[in-house]
Design a protein around this ligand. Sequence first.
Ligand SMILES: NC(=O)C1=CN([C@@H]2O[C@H](COP(=O)(O)OP(=O)(O)OC[C@H]3O[C@@H](n4cnc5c(N)ncnc54)[C@H](O)[C@@H]3O)[C@@H](O)[C@H]2O)C=CC1
Ligand SMILES: O=C(O)C(=O)Cc1ccc(O)cc1
Length: 309
Amino acid sequence: MTKPHFEKIALVGIGLIGSSLARVIRREKLTSHIAIATRSQATLDEARALDLGDSYADDATTAVRDADLVIVSVPVGSSGTVAEQIAPALKPGAIVTDVGSTKASVIAQMAPHMPEGVHFIPGHPIAGTEKSGPAAGFADLFQGRWCILTPLPGTDADAINRLGAFWEACGSRLDTMDANHHDKVLAIVSHLPHIIAYNIVGTADDLETVTQSEVIKYSASGFRDFTRLAASDPTMWRDVCLHNKDAILEMLARFSEDLSSLQRAIRWGDGDKLFELFSHTRAVRRSIIEAGQEVDLPDFGRQAVASKT
Ligand SMILES: NC(=O)C1=CN([C@@H]2O[C@H](COP(=O)(O)OP(=O)(O)OC[C@H]3O[C@@H](n4cnc5c(N)ncnc54)[C@H](O)[C@@H]3O)[C@@H](O)[C@H]2O)C=CC1
Ligand SMILES: O=C(O)C(=O)Cc1ccc(O)cc1
């Protein structure tokens, strides 16, 4: 696919994802003008100090005026507010997209505000870290990672192709799916792991027998991997939980059932069952690595793959 060029790109929200986009857009020369808007003056000043854009505004309306591509990178609970703010200033023919971790809720919040003639195409780069804010971003964040688009039926095919070409130019691999399907898949592969991490770190911290110093002292084990996920942004993950409630609760119910079965096997000393499950899950990881999907693993995973352990 040929590299697309947009005269003006507006980035609303300039945290980890927005600032990573700013960096890769500049590096790949995908626009003549990056307009940055964010709610807090301190974050805007930080973005300016990092020289992430060509213009800066504390209101999204100013930034999106005349933009050909608008990318909303805010916590999913703020999508509706942003859509309402930018709607009157959007240029006819502009593409409006987002990067939110949940899709059905973002569509429900944003689509009703989108004017006729604007192409609204929701998206989600499956790439990130536990860090947040403009300084945390980096141009290679999307390299080799999937980006999922969840276009609504009847969306202009040229606009979808243009947005797809944009993400490919940012280094992403592209997929398209229905928003509800996206939310179920992401509930199990991304949202549950974070919830489990928040829970286990909270439990360990609460346990009277595991003092604070012991948690720190022995955390060079599997627990350390959980602490990385559990350090993720509280606003972002609060919003994910509130806005993908049904799919998360469905996956949590299934998870709890399987955990009870594991608990029973431990209680009754059913070694065969434990061995069978652990062998199966080990094979799952090997098949992911053999399928060349190691780029989708977080940092600690990539190190393990690199050393072939
Ligand atoms: N952090 C991650 O690993 C990933 C996050 N996402 C999604 O990307 C989106 C952004 O996440 P991050 O960049 O990590 O968050 P972040 O916390 O680093 O940045 C969020 C930005 O949104 C701004 N913001 C918040 N409310 C706003 C409003 N009403 N109007 C204008 N700006 C507003 C903040 O000032 C900040 O610049 C979220 O929807 C998240 O679900 C998607 C993939 C990975
Ligand atoms: O840091 C990690 O391991 C992640 O899983 C990052 C991440 C967080 C949220 C998303 O919607 C997509 C990717």
